[in-house]
Design a protein around this ligand. Structure first.
Ligand code: SF4
Length: 234
């Protein structure tokens, strides 16, 4: 049976969170060199059909009833926005009276179909990992025709019309966005994207830390610089 993968419920920001993976296999429009899911066999941004999801929805409904989450976090093996039935899944969760957070790399937030879906979620996460075109192509290996400027512009235009909580996750990669010049460019990007919440992290894990990791001290400095670009909210 086609099923979604639900993790154990956990507490975050005082809320009970149910994390759900709606993709049966990795499906993404990027093929990042550091992807914990391995290579993207076929990069795609077109809606993908994964068969009948009625059983998966029934199973998700039971899980929601059992665990009573405040928030359902759609955090999938790749880009959830390509799931052809995402609208149906969102409606189902909303009908259960739950808030939804959507994890996305952010590129498709400029696509009308995907934007309309993301607008139905209470929280949306977009990401930024590199800040030069060369770095974007080399490190994130996106689908053909993608550019970094379009990536940022897609998230920026989404953010301008979105009424929910926009969360920007920035990852600092040694040699790609940790120089003073790169941090200035990242700061400008944060200013343009005006997130409600900014999360800055570095590469963790033995495999990539040596090649792409940065020191705790440098992470603190960069985080402070990026936070200085956040909109003032009173
Ligand atoms: S955007 Fe995320 S899921 Fe997609 S290839 Fe990159 S790290 Fe993997």
């Amino acid at each position: 049976m086609n099923e979604f993968c639900c993790k154990d419920i956990y507490l975050r920001e005082g809320r009970r969170v149910l994390s759900v993976d709606i993709l049966p296999q990795k499906c993404c429009n990027f093929d990042c060199i550091f992807c914990p899911l391995g290579r993207s066999r076929q990069k795609t941004d077109a809606p993908q059909a994964f068969g009948d999801i009625s059983g998966a929805l029934a199973q998700l409904g039971r899980r929601i009833d059992e665990t009573d989450p405040d928030l359902v976090f759609l955090n999938s093996k790749g880009e959830a926005l390509v799931h052809e039935n995402l609208g149906e899944i969102i409606r189902f969760i909303k009908d259960k009276g739950r808030r939804i957070k959507l994890q996305s790399n952010g590129y498709l937030l400029g696509n009308p179909r995907c934007r309309e879906l993301a607008n139905q979620c209470d929280e949306v996460i977009g990401e930024l990992k590199v800040i030069t075109e060369e770095g974007f192509q080399k490190v994130q290996r996106p689908a053909p025709g993608y550019t970094l400027e379009k990536y940022i512009a897609n998230m920026e235009s989404f953010r301008k019309q979105y009424g929910g909580r926009f969360i920007l996750e920035v990852t600092i990669l040694q040699g790609y966005n940790d120089s003073d010049g790169a941090v200035r460019q990242m700061t400008e990007a944060v200013r343009r994207l005006a997130p409600d919440t900014l999360k800055v992290s570095r590469m963790e894990g033995e495999k990539f830390q040596k090649r792409l990791g940065i020191s705790e001290e440098r992470l603190r400095q960069i985080t402070a610089a990026l936070e200085s670009a956040l909109p003032c909210r009173v």
